[in-house]
Design a protein around this ligand. Structure first.
Ligand code: IMP
Length: 432
């Protein structure tokens, strides 16, 4: 498919990086359309481990890597990634950044941290990377953009104007030290010199590539349930991870998108606060966490672990228009004799539903109704064809497909790039 969106279908951390890395081998461009350094993915390629926050993993395959207008960019993190890639012998020449992307500034990080502290028990559990305050300034039209780095005079002026207001907030609202104009300006001028060669008209670049029938992967960060408009507000991120945002975030028309590959774990994890109906009670939660190595790439926090939630996944299929699924980390479930899968929610009224509740109170108070599927209790590490999986493992995947009416074209069975089973005849499957 020339234009495929890869989207998280749960609360993030579904293994999108690995799927993108795999599909990038046969694509021309990998483009991120939202989010920032709150994302983090680990890719293991040719025995080497890479950790990225900003960089699409397509960079390892030498593909053009785009950060679109909908992204928020922390120049310090980004420059560190560029330096690391070059130090390890990977060219960063194919990296292109939209001039319209907004810059995360030191006050965004300071305010994100202070605001979470202040909220106390009511905190969101953000990654404290300044994401919310940066998108808030963008919406308020007070943001500083990547293209402001191109002109030192404009950059300094914008920092000065912003600091005039932000320092009042930092001092009076949060009781913090003010930021010093000279220090911030000097730091960002240094980043500017390093970043200037990467700034490009990315909307034009992607549109031209699609007109020439090149294949483009649109890489979403976070997941549908963290979407600002469609997620579990207020426990969400401040951008739109859903597939539709690929168009706005990159500056192409929605009619250009051909396919949407939803990535979901064979179970569910969530980082940060907020309701989580299928969160596992008892020691099995810790077991899943350890087997799945469920610790955040960005913050190192323990991820909360739950059984697969098909009500939430059905919702993700709807709001993203998912045309096929990648079901990841199936191997983690090999340790369990029985596998509960949530097929309905029981609302406080006693009513049962297969559709995600439209109102927060219904969601906050719902209880999961499980169907228990048999486990397979044997290693699937060395299986390299879907048909060779144990019956119960195949049955698990096929159950998900039947319930959601979507084909699972890719099934992940381990951390390495090779450990993905592509279903034969599957539309979005690579020839891996
Ligand atoms: P923020 O994006 O840092 O503002 O955090 C808002 C919410 O989104 C918090 O619950 C975070 O834990 C969650 N979040 C943000 N990015 C990710 C991610 O990449 N994976 C999982 N959760 C995330």
């Amino acid at each position: 498919m020339p234009a495929t969106v890869i989207v998280g279908a749960q609360w993030g951390d579904e293994g999108k990086g690995k799927v993108v890395d795999l599909l990038a081998q046969e694509s021309d461009i990998v483009a991120r359309y939202q989010g920032g350094p709150n994302a983090g993915h680990t890719v293991i390629a040719d025995g080497e481990t890479w950790k990225f926050h900003h960089m699409p993993s397509g960079i390892l395959a030498g593909k053009t890597c785009v950060l679109g207008a909908g992204v928020v960019l922390d120049p310090e993190t980004f420059v560190a990634e560029l330096d690391e890639l070059e130090r390890r012998g990977v060219s960063t020449a194919p990296v292109k950044v939209s001039g319209n992307a907004h810059l995360i500034m030191p006050w965004h990080v300071a305010i994100d941290q202070a605001s979470e502290r202040r909220l106390g028990k009511l905190r969101i559990g953000t990654t404290k990377r300044g994401i919310g305050p940066c998108y808030a300034d963008k919406a308020a039209r007070l943001g500083i953009r990547v293209q402001d780095l191109l002109d030192p005079k404009i950059l300094r002026q914008k920092i000065e104007v912003a600091l005039g207001e932000k320092n009042v907030w930092l001092e009076r609202v949060y009781g913090m030290d003010p930021l010093v104009l000279e220090e911030v300006a000097e730091r960002y001028e240094r980043f500017a010199q390093r970043l200037r060669p990467y700034v490009a008209d990315t909307s034009l670049l992607v549109d031209r590539a699609l007109r020439e029938d090149e294949s483009v992967l649109f890489e979403g960060a976070q997941g549908a349930l963290l979407d600002l408009d469609h997620g579990t507000y207020p426990f969400v991120t401040s951008s739109n991870p859903v597939a539709g945002a690929a168009a706005t975030g990159l500056g192409i028309g929605p009619s250009r998108i051909d396919a949407v590959l939803g990535v979901a774990k064979a179970y569910v994890t969530r980082v940060g606060e907020g309701p989580f109906p299928t969160e596992i009670e008892g020691p099995d939660q810790q077991r899943v966490r350890e087997l799945g190595q469920e610790f955040g790439t960005t913050t190192g926090r323990e991820r909360r672990c739950g059984w697969l939630d098909l009500v939430a996944l059905r919702y993700a299929v709807r709001v993203n228009g998912i045309t096929s699924l990648a079901l990841t980390k199936l191997d983690v479930l090999s340790a369990f004799a029985e596998l509960p899968v949530c097929i309905r929610y029981r609302l406080e009224s006693g009513e049962e539903t297969t559709e995600f509740p439209a109102h927060q109170s219904d969601f906050h108070h719902c209880r999961p109704v499980y169907e228990t599927l048999p486990g397979w209790e044997e290693s699937i590490d060395s299986v390299d064809d879907f048909s060779d999986l144990p019956d119960a493992a195949r049955g698990y995947v096929e159950f998900v497909e039947r319930e959601l009416e979507v084909e699972a074209t890719l099934v992940g069975t381990g951390a390495e790039r090779e450990r993905v089973l592509a279903r034969s005849g599957a539309a979005a499957a690579p020839s891996a």
